[in-house]
Ligand binder design. Structure first.
Ligand code: PGA
Length: 247
């Protein structure tokens, strides 16, 4: 049985004060939520306050990115050691916005995943096709390439995969249940070709315009094990409803 995994990706949103207000309201709303991993990924500047407030709660902390070196002259970057020190248990790697705006390649993503795992951080590894790739029938090829390159020489432990079709991110266009299940099933097959039976233990999240209104039907798909939520994770009541999805 794969435990559901529901993660909030706040992206470049919320000051320290706004993080505090959110958590003051959110923590009590989900305190009784059982059998689900709840993760929040605030911006770097809010990791400190979030880490302090999440201590002794059922909510885990994630960063949104990482650098692959341990320390040194890399102005502006944050290392795996620093993230663990700041209280992170997880880190999002390979988000399409990082690939698109910051030119992250599969090789960089692979280096980041290895560096995070070396430090004991669990990884939310993002993959997904663009609209153009979907329309030209390349979706499965893109997923295969991203899985194989991103996870090259990476053991299965501590890896969660997030399938995020780029055309569904922040657009209000969710993948249909059929599209999500087809992609997730294919990703699991690719994982099985790398990890064998262990692929059945790897959680595959769906991301892209997940809301309280569509989470139940997405979570009903056989190979959808959780959600990576952007816009709808910014309000406590909306994200709490997603965490408490109905089966
Ligand atoms: P969205 O973002 O829920 O706002 O579409 C999801 C993500 O990019 O992780």
């Amino acid at each position: 049985m794969r435990k559901p995994f529901i993660a909030a990706n706040w992206k470049m949103n919320k000051t320290i004060g706004e993080t505090k207000s959110f958590l003051d309201e959110f923590i009590p709303l989900v305190k009784d939520a059982k059998d689900v991993d709840i993760i929040i990924a605030p911006p770097f500047t809010s990791l400190g306050i979030a880490s302090a407030m999440l201590k002794d709660t059922n909510i885990q902390l994630s960063a949104q990115d990482i650098f692959y070196e341990e320390k040194g002259a890399f102005t502006g970057e944050v290392s795996p050691v620093m993230l663990a020190d700041a209280g992170c248990e997880h880190v999002i790697i390979g988000h399409s916005e990082r690939r698109q705006y910051f030119h992250e390649t599969d090789e960089i993503v692979n280096k980041k995943i290895k560096a995070a795992r070396k430090q004991g951080l669990d990884v939310i590894f993002c993959i997904g096709e663009s609209l153009e790739e979907r329309e030209s029938g390349k979706t499965l090829d893109v997923l295969e390439r991203e899985v194989e390159n991103g996870l090259k020489d990476v053991p299965a432990d501590g890896i969660v995969v997030a399938y995020e079709p780029i055309w569904a991110i922040g657009t209000g266009k969710t993948a249909t249940i059929e599209q999500a299940q087809e992609a997730h099933k294919y990703i699991r097959e690719r994982l099985a070709s790398i990890y064998g039976n262990k692929a059945n233990e790897i959680r595959i999240l769906y991301g892209g315009s997940v809301t309280p209104d569509n989470v139940d039907s997405l979570m009903a798909c056989e190979d959808v094990d959780g959600a990576l939520v952007g816009g709808a994770s910014l309000k406590p009541d909306s994200f709490a409803r997603i965490v408490k999805f109905k089966k």
